[in-house]
Structure formats: C-alpha cells, structure tokens
Write a new protein. Structure first.
Length: 277
C-alpha cells in the first residue's frame, strides 16, 4: 500500500512538459484506474493564479470553462494527498482541465498542509474556508457562492464536507472518495491512514475534542452534500457513511483514482451530479 501511495504522486514532475493549452483528449478507461494512467494524462495550465493569503501555499488556480453552458456552477476544487505538504495541487490538473472542457469554471485551491510551516489541523481547514470565500470576491464578485459547488477529492473531500457545514451560501458539496470518519481513518494501517496523526497532531485518544471537530461524521454538513465512492477503494475505504445522513452513490468496481481521470465512468458520474445540482 505504501508503494501505491508513493506512486500516486511521484510521477507528477515528469508531466511538466506535457502541459498544453490545446484541447486535451482523455482516453476512455475501465474501472479501478491505475494511478499510472492518471499520471500519463495531458492537461492545460490554469488561466490565472490568485493569492488568498500571504503564504506561498495560499492560492487558487482558475481554469475557465472552454464551452458556455447555461447556469453551470463554479466548481471549487480541493485536491487530496493525505493532507501532506509533499502532495500538492498538481495531481488534479487533468481533472481541472476535464471539468473546464465540460463547461465548468474551476477554482482549484492550494492550501497549507502538514509537514510545512502553518499546516495541520485547524490551520489547513482555515485556509480552505478562506480560499472558498475568496472565490466570491474575485474580479468584483464574478462568481457567487450560491452558484458554487465545493468538490473535494480524498483528504480534500474531508475538508470540503466540513467547509460546507460552515459556509451555507454554497450551492452544494460533492465528496469524491472523501474521508468521512477521521477517527476511524486514523486507526487504519495504510500509509495515508498512518499520517492522519501528523495532520491532527496526535491520535483520537490524545486529541478527542479536535478529532470531533474535524470529523464529518459528527458535524453538521451542508444539506446538499453528496458522497461519491467506489467499492474498490483501498486508500479511502468507506467508513460509516450512513452516519452522514446524506446521499451516497456507490460505484461498483471503482477505485480511488477513477475520480481524477476524465476518461473514467466515475468522472461522468461527477459531471452528472454537478449538472443536477
């Protein structure tokens, strides 16, 4: 499992020269996508970088929609990566490109993470909230939160669910393989689960109040929250989803990386849910 997660992010520097502003053709893939197939994808660079704080990790990347659709929401995207500083926004460049080509403006957030100055709970969560609110003040209020959907992947899904509970103006929240029970997740033994204690500065027995505050399963969520999950996900297994009391779409045969490959059936499910919000 550790080698799988290392592969998850280690290939991204190799893609720096593959970026293009031409339309990207994403190949169709079967379910349970290997990360190598995600890492081989081309992508378009963002149209603009916008700082929402003074730290080098406090910024948003804006991909503008490549086609005009009627009343499509702004997608506020939160990347994953076990909340760790070494795993950054780049692994969702292809996803952002795919969303823009599907007709969505994408406000993709970078944020401070554990392992770097200022990262960890609750600072990481505070960054995410600030970055979401910054979308509403960009370009004299071009984007409205009431027309925005927070989409979070993996650890970013955990943060998106929590943020939606506090920022009620959002149109909705979609969690892609989100960590929904951080207490249970911290007790797991895969490499991402083991670093939960780094993000939280301890285990649930050490930080019971902090873990409760950081646990989507124990917090109020946005009423329009949806969980999209694959039943073959070994990195973020489904924990106690019924406690969320929110719709769960469980896709058969889908793993962890399907959600960030625009040629996957999981991506099509994401687009469908965005269009229905």
């Amino acid at each position: 499992m550790k080698s799988l997660v290392v592969l998850f992010f280690s290939i991204w520097p190799l893609l720096a020269n593959s970026a293009s502003q031409q339309p990207v053709q994403f190949p169709d893939v079967e379910n349970n996508v290997a990360y190598a197939k995600v890492a081989s994808l081309g992508f378009n660079l963002a149209d603009e970088k916008i700082a929402y704080g003074s730290d080098e990790s406090q910024y948003a990347l804006l991909w503008r929609a490549k086609q005009t659709l009627v009343q499509t929401p702004l997608v506020i995207l939160l990347h994953g990566g076990c909340w760790l500083s070494e795993y950054d926004i780049k692994h969702t460049y292809a996803l952002s490109t795919g969303l823009a080509q599907a007709g969505f403006n994408v406000w993709s957030l970078e944020y401070r993470r554990s392992g770097a100055s200022g990262g960890g709970w609750p600072a990481t969560f505070n960054d995410v909230k600030a970055g979401i609110l910054a979308a509403s003040t960009y370009n004299n209020g071009e984007f409205k939160l009431v027309g925005s959907v927070a989409v979070g992947y993996s650890a970013g899904g955990h943060l998106a669910l929590l943020a939606g509970g506090e920022i009620s103006q959002l149109k909705g929240v979609i969690g892609l393989a989100p960590i929904t029970d951080i207490k249970a997740y911290a007790r797991g033994d895969n490499s991402c689960q083991k670093v939960t204690q780094d993000f939280m500065q301890g285990m649930p027995t050490d930080k019971p109040k902090a873990y409760t505050q950081a646990n989507p399963s124990e917090q109020s969520l946005h009423p329009q929250s949806i969980i999209l999950q694959g039943d073959q996900d070994a990195i973020v297994p489904a924990f106690n989803l019924e406690q969320l009391k929110r719709p769960v779409v469980m896709l058969e045969g889908v793993g962890h990386f399907d959600w960030i490959h625009p040629g996957s059936a999981a991506f099509n499910t994401l687009i469908q849910n965005l269009n229905e919000m």
